[in-house]
Design a binder for this molecule. Structure first.
Ligand code: HEC
Ligand code: HEC
Ligand code: HEC
Ligand code: HEC
Length: 128
């Protein structure tokens, strides 16, 4: 093989490897909200192109959604993207906390209503 061809092949292989490693460790694969705590879903998964959504919506801070609370107050320097929402927000309404459905709706729909942008109708987030 010609030396130049060999170099080109090496570079392409390396780039592919780096890309594979990077995508394996990022959230760019998230295309649905599908919390594992909903065992029997009434509706199909909610389409949510994570990175693209946050880019078009102009959300810079991860903890706008993946928040952490301390002594009842949001800690603006910390974030919880390593946890599912349901790890902190329980699914049932047996206790005094808000149900899991409610906190998803409050966060997603709440911001869309505030910003007057993004879907607020059931069928826009839960396509048939
Ligand atoms: C608009 C809200 C929102 C913002 C902003 C946001 N995320 Fe997420 N993210 C979600 C939701 C919803 C899920 C899926 C539900 C879950 O896993 O709890 C998720 C899931 C994830 C996951 C889990 C991936 C998996 O495979 O389970 C990671 C990692 C993540 N986000 C990282 C980030 C990082 C890093 C940022 C900031 C650059 C960020 N997120 C900003 C809403 C958001
Ligand atoms: C590390 C634990 C933790 C994680 C993970 C977490 N939350 Fe929370 N969240 C809290 C706490 C604590 C509160 C304060 C109110 C309460 O006691 O429920 C709260 C409050 C809320 C509220 C009401 C106040 C507000 O911000 O509007 C919403 C809505 C909410 N969370 C949505 C979410 C969503 C959606 C996710 C996943 C993307 C998530 N939370 C992940 C701990 C968490
Ligand atoms: C902090 C604000 C904020 C939060 C939280 C948020 N969104 Fe959005 N979302 C927006 C804005 C702003 C737009 C409109 C973006 C544009 O200009 O197209 C949008 C648009 C969308 C769209 C339209 C298509 C797209 O991807 O741009 C979908 C679907 C959507 N949001 C789903 C969700 C879901 C599901 C959640 C909760 C997991 C969520 N959003 C949480 C601000 C938010
Ligand atoms: C802005 C987007 C949005 C809108 C609008 C919305 N939802 Fe949701 N909803 C979600 C997300 C995100 C979840 C969490 C999905 C998951 O993890 O599987 C959810 C979960 C649910 C669940 C529990 C999971 C299941 O499938 O059983 C029900 C029921 C539900 N929504 C019904 C509704 C109804 C009824 C409306 C209209 C009144 C509505 N939603 C409007 C985003 C939305």
């Amino acid at each position: 093989m010609e030396k130049r061809t060999l170099i080109i092949y090496t570079v392409i292989t390396l780039m592919g490897f780096i890309f594979a490693v990077m995508s394996g460790y990022s959230q760019e694969d998230v295309i649905n909200v599908e919390d594992s705590a909903f065992e029997k879903k009434m509706r199909p998964a909610v389409p949510f192109l994570h990175d693209k959504h946050n880019e078009t919506a102009g959300i810079d801070e991860c903890n706008t959604c993946h928040h952490v609370y301390e002594d009842g107050k949001e800690n603006e320097y910390d974030s919880s993207e390593d946890q599912e929402c349901s790890e902190c927000h329980t699914i049932n309404k047996g206790d005094n906390s808000m149900s899991l459905v409610k906190i998803y709706h409050l966060q997603c729909k709440g911001c869309h209503q505030k910003k007057k942008a993004g879907p607020i109708m059931c069928s826009e987030c839960h396509p048939r």
